[in-house]
Design a protein around this ligand. Structure first.
Ligand code: AHG
Ligand code: MN
Ligand code: MN
Length: 335
């Protein structure tokens, strides 16, 4: 059910009011979101001061994805896990930065929710003060509370998500949360350390004149992707291109202004680059709640069942009509 909230509502008030719609609610979801909000504020503060506190650059380590770990990646991952572990609302955390899932020990009370997270998205932009973000998805566990969570709680279709969101650390910090109550954006007022509702009931325009893709890979893309790009370049369609190189920032811009983002498969990586559980699933959940669509070039992202925690997937996401057009052209081809 969608409700209209007044601008300026604090995120706490929003969470408590919407929880009241569910009489069976035990408060675990509100507590979980409060922990995510705390982690977001801590990461935001650290991102803003990174240049001053020696937090730019790499740790010298390579993560499970084979990518260089930045100091801020590590800080964001640890902050997120610490914030979630102690609240009694989470049983398992699946993070981009950790090969294995983090199981919340029973002594902290292992709660109802499974959280998937890309603690810091857009690592290559950290050192150059370009927008980065945190992406998260939330499942309600399948296994009973009070037992250890298992992989079965995380390896499930994205349509099982009960909420998803992201925090962008840009010229301002904004948290976007999607639930059955729709998609809402909350801006952080750093002077009081509180998120206030600033973007009520976000809807993504069906069509736009913006596309976002790393066109340097054009010759490696499949035939369908290339045909789609050629079509968009028809001057009559008046498309322009925007590519930040931080998924969550590109996605956020397109969500508000309209647009289509593509990270398709290539000859070298037919399975794409972006990760299913903590990048594609949350964004797909959010875009659908806002009236848009997301596919892997063939099928709906939220219908895919991950085989492993760090599965990758091609991603086409944005306005409904644009995603449909791209998918129709891409689907006959292997990637
Ligand atoms: P991460 O920093 O979490 O590893 O994600 C980086 C991703 C994503 O944010 C972005 O859209 C994409 O990498 C950019 O990749 P290219 O440099 O290949 O365009
Ligand atoms: Mn990422
Ligand atoms: Mn990341």
């Amino acid at each position: 059910m969608e409700r209209v909230f007044e601008e300026g509502t604090t995120i706490d008030r929003f969470l408590l009011d919407t929880a009241a719609d569910f009489p069976e609610s035990t408060g675990q979801f509100v507590n979980l979101m409060q922990s995510i909000v705390l982690a977001g504020k801590m990461i935001s503060a650290r991102v803003n001061r990174a240049g001053l506190s020696g937090l730019l650059g790499g740790t010298g380590e390579v993560n499970v994805q084979g990518e260089f770990v930045q100091l801020l990646d590590e800080y964001a991952n640890n902050t997120f896990k610490r914030a979630l572990e102690h609240g009694g609302h989470t049983c398992m955390i699946v993070s981009e930065e950790d090969e294995a899932p983090t199981l919340v020990p029973e002594r902290f009370h292992s709660g109802r929710y499974v959280v998937t997270v890309d603690p810091l998205d857009g690592s290559s932009n950290i050192d150059v003060n370009v927008t980065i973000g945190t992406i998260f998805g939330i499942f309600a566990r399948k296994t009973p509370e009070g037992t250890a969570a298992t992989l079965e709680d995380a390896l499930r279709p994205g349509s099982d998500l009960i909420a998803a969101g992201y925090i962008v650390y840009g010229s301002g910090t904004l948290l976007v949360l999607a639930t059955d109550h729709g998609v809402h954006g909350f801006s952080l007022d750093p002077s009081v350390g509180e998120f206030f509702l600033s973007h009520n009931a976000i809807r993504v325009p069906e069509r736009s004149t913006t596309y976002s893709i790393n066109e340097a890979y054009r010759e490696q893309f499949g035939e369908g992707t290339r045909a789609y790009l050629d079509r968009l370049k028809d001057p009559a369609r008046k498309y322009g291109s925007r590519y930040i190189g931080t998924l969550v920032a590109d996605f956020h811009r397109n969500l508000l202004k309209g647009g289509v983002f593509l990270y398709p498969g290539t000859a070298k990586s037919p399975g794409g680059k972006l990760r299913l559980l903590y990048e594609a699933f949350p964004c797909a959940y959010i875009v659908e709640k806002a009236g848009g669509a997301a596919t892997n070039g063939k099928t709906r992202i939220l219908d895919i069942v991950p085989k492993e925690l760090h599965d990758r997937v091609p991603l086409v996401i944005g306005g409904k009509a644009e995603v449909e057009e791209a998918t129709a052209l891409m689907s006959p081809f292997p990637y």
